[in-house]
Design a protein around this ligand. Sequence first.
Ligand SMILES: N[C@@H](CCOP(=O)(O)O)C(=O)O
Length: 486
Amino acid sequence: MKYKSTRGLNEEVTASQAILNGLAADGGLYIPTQIPRYEITNQRFLNNTYQELAFDIMKPFLEDFSEKELKSCIVQAYDEKFTNELIAPIKKIGSDYYLELFHGPTLAFKDMALSILPYLMTTSLKKQKIKEDVVILTATSGDTGKAAMEGFSDVTHTKIIVFYPKEGVSAIQERQMLTQKGENTFVVGINGNFDEAQTAVKEMFNDKELNQLLANNKLRFSSANSINIGRLVPQIVYYFYAYQQLVLSKEITLGDKINVSVPTGNFGNILAAYYAKKMGLPIETLICASNKNNVLTEFFKTGTYDKNRDFFVTNSPSMDILISSNLERLLATITKGNTQRLNRFMSDLDVQGSYSLEQDEQKELLEFYSGFATESEIETVVKAVFEADKYVIDPHTAVAKKVAEDHQKETNTPLKTVIVSTASPYKFPAVFLGEQVDTDEVEKLHELTGLEIPKSVLELVDLPILHDRVVNVSDMKQSVVSILSL
Ligand SMILES: N[C@@H](CCOP(=O)(O)O)C(=O)O
C-alpha cells in the first residue's frame, strides 16, 4: 500500500513518508493507492479489544510499519489516558445510539487519532532515518489544537505550532490551549477565522523560501490536521468498533446495515466513515451533519460547492468551517483518477470560491445524506435530550442528532443510526446553560445535570496561562519564523 497525491504528482510514497510530509508537494492530499478490505465475518472481529481492532484495521494502511512498531504505537496511545476502558463506548439512550469519542485527555474525538499520531510520527522519523526535527503546523477551530499539543507535548524531535481563531472558540477550549505545558508547544490566536488559519498553514507547507529556511535549521514541516493520513487512518477504527459493540449487545445482527450521523466541519471524521464503508463495514447512509455554516449541506444536495457566503461564529465552533479540506479526498474518488478535473475544482475554489460537479459525477454523493442545524435548533435538541433521558450532549453532537432525526423523518429508514458524539458537554457549557460561563463556573452544569465534571476541566482554573501570542492572518508566517528563531 502506497500513497499518492490527489492532484496527480507522479510520486508514490510509503505511509511513513506520507505521515512525515503531511501534505503532498503539489499541495494535494495523500490518498491510499487502494482501500483494503476488512471482513467483519472474520473470527477475530467480535472478540477484539479496541487496541486489537486498531491493529487489524490500521496495519494494511501502514504497510511499512512492522507489527512490533505498530503494536507499540497502539499500546502507548490507547491506555489509561482514556477514562473509559472501552476507549470509545456506545451508549444507548432512548432509541438512540451515541458513539462517545470524548473520553480521551482533551475531551474531544480528536484524541482518538492524536493520541497515536506522535508515536506514528516518531516511528516514521526513525524508519526514514531523518535527522531533522519536525515542526507540526496546525490550524484549529478549537479541538484539534489542544489534542495535538497534548499529544506532542515534550515529544523529542518535534515542535508544534497551533493557530486558532481568537474570537472563534469556546472559553474552555481557549483556556485548554493557553494553559498547555511543554517546551515544544506554541499556540497563536489569529484575528481571523479557521478557514484563514488553515489556508495560511497550507500555504506555508508549500512556501519554498520558508521550507529552505527550515531545512537550513535542520527542521521540516508536518501536519496534525486530518489532511495527514496519520490522523485519518486511526479514525476509521472506531466505526468498526461501534459496529462490533452493536452486534455484541444484540442491537443488530452481524451483517445488518447501519447509518452513521457525523457532525462535520473539515470532513475528516465522515471521510473516515466513508473509508470504513469502502473497506466493507455495512454502512447504508453517511449522514453529513452541518451547523449554520452549511456549505456541505448544499454540496450534497446540489453538487455545487460554494464558499461565497457569510462565515458564522456559532455555538458549535469546532464546525465553523467553509473550506472542508478532506472533501478533496472524496473528489479524488468521484473523479476516478482524472487529476486534471480535480485540479480544476481546486483552482475554481481558489479563484471563484465555487465549483460544480457534472450530473454523472454526482452518483457518489448518493452515499451521503446532508442537513444542518441552526444555533437555536442546537439549543433545543440539547435541552430535549436532557429532558427526555437525562443525558447531556454537546452542541456538535446535537447537530448530528438533529440531522439524524431529519433523515429518519424523510426516509423512514428502519436501520439503526449511530450518532457520533464528538466532544464532552463540558467544553461548551454555555449551550446548555443559556449563558456564557467562564472556566470557574462550569459547576453550574454539574448542578443542573449531575454530570461528573472531568478532572482536566476542574484543574483548568488553577493552571497558569502560558501562551499569549495574537497575530493578524498576514503575520502568521512571520510568527512561525520568530517562534522557530529562523
Ligand atoms: N474541527 C477541527 C478543525 C480542524 O479539523 P481537523 O480534523 O482537520 O484537524 C478543530 O477542532 O480544530
